[in-house]
Write a protein that binds this ligand. Sequence first.
Ligand code: SF4
Length: 390
Amino acid sequence: MGFREPMDVMDYLPEMEHTDPEVLDRIMTLQQTYNPSACTAADVRRALDRDYLTPEDFGALLSPAAEPFLEKIAVKAKHLTRKHFGNAVCMFTPIYTSNYCDNRCVYCGFNHDNLITRAKLTPDEVETEMANIASTGLTEILILTGESREYSDPDYVAMCVATAAKHFSSIGLEIYPLNSNEYQRMHDLGADYVTVFQETYDPVRYAELHRGGNKRIFSYRLNTQERALQGGMRGVAFGTLLGLRADWRKDAFACGVHGYLLQRKYPYAEISYSLPRLRPCSSHEIDDNAVSERNLLQVALAYRLFMPFAGETISTRERPTFRDGVVNICVTKISAGSSVRIGGHSHVKDQGDGQFDLSDHRGVEEVRDALRGLGLQPVFNDYVRTGMRP
Ligand code: SF4
């Protein structure tokens, strides 16, 4: 396909729906004034003592000054998680239906310019894959397509959602950003929530990393969750790919604030954070060791104290022991039986290359048993679809 290169990552393309810039502007202002190295131990103690944190308190918990306090922060995080979620942990699995992508993200194996094996499931193959996943007992699925409006157009996504609605009670979408009327269509077919990673909230770094394709439009991507809520979605998930920016603390800060601001604007919305960390893939030009597990733990804990009601999801990019550790403190949703290959759940078409390397290869039963071993309650279904829009 031919790429249209806008002059500025803030320029919308003609087909892109405009959103009130209020939230974007507020995030940009807050992240510009956030200086992690200026935070002190006194700032961290003050944040720990508060029931409701301000963005400034949240910034203190993400700062280097908070590192000696991680154990104390973890105790409070675990208390808040049990208070608001009990010992329930939701389980789900992702399904990759296509790995075609129109974008040129320098850190991703699906990059349009990469010579990988591309594949896309047919409707019959989607049905087979989903039936196989449903046979494990899972009732929640996350549909991923790669980001190609050309190969996985809205009609194709709608087919995937309609098929999923026959097998699953909760359906998430992690696809290219849509306009609100398109989200409404997907919601009406059965989709409940939308996950979009902003990757980095630094527009300059964003432009360096996203060299082509519609994803290059920073502002349209950042406003995706708001359009999804306007389209009737029950929940929206946020993520920044930790490690893309030299100062990962500022990205985690902006991501946390993004969810916080939308929660205030849309009180009924179910907000959640994902915790992806850069992993080795078939093509990347950046340091994938920039963020340690301890750094990732700090982010997960800070999200919990800042947004006590928000969900947190831990990726299969992380080791089983680390995943089990954070799920025992603050994470509320965990994937199991994951495959990042196209057709990887049934081998109906195991010919598409995966997006990244998994670190946790455990199946549904193994993860379920691990959760029970921690005294947690694995939950396959926490939602009954009513068809009513908020
Ligand atoms: S990160 Fe997403 S949009 Fe970018 S190349 Fe990979 S699949 Fe495509």
